[in-house]
Design a protein around this ligand. Structure first.
Ligand code: NAD
Length: 445
């Protein structure tokens, strides 16, 4: 099938590459010339495990092309995916300017029947706006060309994006046209190995499904963070509690790890957007408003603990202290730092007067865009520890799970670890002489 994917970011590039991998002819489009020139030369703009090899292979085999020429890509394709960003606007609602601008471009370029697919996360009712934008352009050209608009939200996780796309738990297809549903099913049939769940539904339900999924996951994380905070005050161990509740088949174990608050390019903005959507139809979504507020507070948990333990009062209670940070990306196996808790935590530590020395296996380049020369950056995970007053773990990269604790002790001024991801056993840490502050594990052996 001939497919174009407009927007070659985390979602568009992965989707386009996976469609090419399953034998389709794919053109990935972006407005960012540098990104497209890089991709043509085999330079992958993001870190995503397995992506580079797949882009190169499909490029060499002629199934995957890159261009900034949207018109040509649309003309050649039957299915046009819109996978551009939908960042939060000033009031928290999803900013649709990029999606609608692409829709208008498609309307200006198309010369034959197209299936236009909203892959970006967009609020309920967006497909109608996309349809209207395309139609307006066709009318302005004085032509009548058939087209259909589909909602096909994406559920991939950064860090496991290829696997998620190639073996999805389900594919949601929102359409009211039987023929279009068949074409979409054909496109996705190659990926139905793990489950055969191709869920065809009406467009509005498909649009809502994506927000409901992210809001549910954000709520689950936040619930567990608050249980952890309570465990900490009550002398209970949240990891034991997780085992205890997860074994209930109605609850399950996934997504119950407490931490420093959710971040990333999706949960924060999608929760905000759903709250705004609810507000717009006069529904007060009190639960999600509380989730948002609790998550903001959770991002302050580590810096508050550090201030309480090391602070010396005054305006700059951490003046003269150096804090080593492990992990900057919002989660492991990605370089994405959008809304990463590390941004809040490090900014707060700097405000409190500390100097910060950081390591991350993949996100240093991204981090420099946020912090400039306000913090130190290290390629080696032990480097930031030299002369530091404490180690703070923000992201659970695998390389932090079994570090050389003897070496860490020789480098730190105090054997003091604040762990936002509960990577180590509290009892074992005490045995080897560390003062260890995990999340919600005061009662742990
Ligand atoms: P991104 O910012 O990584 O990529 C968007 C790309 O679109 C950029 O490369 C940008 O240059 C390009 N672009 C913007 N305007 C354009 C235009 N007019 N024509 C062509 N290209 C244009 O964003 P992303 O993380 O891939 O997210 C895209 C959408 O998918 C968002 O709605 C997001 O909520 C949703 N989503 C993201 C994830 C994720 O994990 N990142 C998962 C599921 C859904």
């Amino acid at each position: 099938m001939k497919v174009c994917v407009i927007g070659s970011g985390y979602v568009g590039l992965v989707a386009g590459t996976c469609f090419a991998e399953s034998g389709n002819d794919v053109i990935c489009v972006d407005v960012d010339h540098q990104k497209i020139e890089g991709l043509k030369g085999g330079v992958i703009p993001i870190y995503e495990p397995g992506l580079k090899e797949m882009v190169l292979r499909n490029g060499e085999e002629g199934r995957l092309k890159f261009t900034t020429d949207l018109d040509a890509a649309v003309k050649e394709s039957l299915v046009c995916f819109i996978a551009v960003g939908t960042p939060p606007g000033a009031d928290g609602s999803a900013d649709l300017q990029y999606v609608l601008s692409v829709a208008r471009n498609i309307g200006r370029a198309m010369e034959s029947f197209k299936i236009i697919v909203d892959k970006s996360t967009v609020p309920v009712g967006t497909a109608d706006k996309v349809r209207a934008a395309v139609k307006e352009e066709l009318d302005a050209r004085g032509v009548h060309i058939e087209f259909d608009v589909v909602s096909n939200p994406e559920f991939l996780k950064e860090g496991a994006a290829i696997d998620d796309f190639m073996k999805p738990d389900r594919v949601v297809i929102g359409t009211d046209n039987v023929r279009t549903a068949e074409i979409m099913k054909e496109l996705y049939s190659a990926f139905m190995r793990k489950s055969n769940r191709m869920l065809v539904m009406d467009i509005r339900s498909a649009e809502m499904t994506k927000y409901a999924a992210n809001a549910m996951l954000a709520t689950r994380i936040t619930f567990m963070n608050q249980i952890a905070n309570l465990c900490e005050r009550m002398g209970a161990d949240v990891m034991a509690v997780r085992e205890g509740i997860g074994s209930d088949s109605r609850i399950g174990y996934d997504f119950l790890f407490p931490g420093v608050g959710y971040g990333g390019s999706c949960f924060p903005k999608d929760v905000k957007a759903l709250v705004r959507t609810a507000d717009e139809c006069s529904y007060d979504f009190v639960l999600l408003k509380a989730v948002e507020e609790a998550n903001e507070r959770q991002k302050r948990i580590l810096s508050d603990k550090i201030e309480r333990r090391l602070g010396q009062g005054g305006d700059k209670p951490l003046a003269g202290m150096s804090i080593a940070v492990w992990g900057l990306s919002f989660k492991p196996r990605t370089d994405d730092m959008r809304e990463a808790p590390s941004l809040t935590i490090i900014n707060r530590l700097l405000e409190l007067g500390a100097t910060v020395q950081a390591h991350d296996p993949e996100a240093l380049t991204e981090a420099k865009k946020h912090f400039g020369d306000r913090i130190g950056y290290h390629m080696n995970q032990y480097e930031p520890l030299k002369g530091a007053n404490a180690l703070v773990i923000i992201t659970e990269w695998n390389e932090y799970r079994n570090p050389d604790f003897d070496r860490i002790k020789t480098l730190l001024v105090n054997p003091l670890v604040f762990d936002g991801r509960n990577l180590y056993q509290p009892g074992r840490m005490r045995e080897i002489g560390y003062e260890y502050h995990p999340i919600g594990r005061n009662g742990a052996a």
